[in-house]
Design a protein around this ligand. Sequence first.
Ligand code: GSH
Length: 85
Amino acid sequence: MPKVLMYCTAVCPYCVLAERLLRARGVTEIEKIRVDLQPELRLKMMEMTGGRTVPQIYIDTHLVGTYDNLVKLENNGELNRLLQN
Ligand SMILES: N[C@@H](CCC(=O)N[C@@H](CS)C(=O)NCC(=O)O)C(=O)O
């Protein structure tokens, strides 16, 4: 199972939805980076992902980005492929 990393905050419905979908696809470990607790990491997140909102998700080195992007991958079958690597 590839490494899954998620930039998130404490109160974030899209982060909850993203985690739910990832867990439904068999992901057991998600490294969470709480950008609300560490504002400097939000800056890093914005630099790395080009996104301002949370969640921002990586599957290994693949930048998924937002929850919307995660759902797109789910709908086109790419999510399972990425998680099988
Ligand atoms: N379309 C985005 C929506 C993400 C979103 O709105 N996240 C909220 C938290 S749940 C956020 O980061 N709000 C802060 C902001 O807009 O600056 C997605 O699919 O991830």
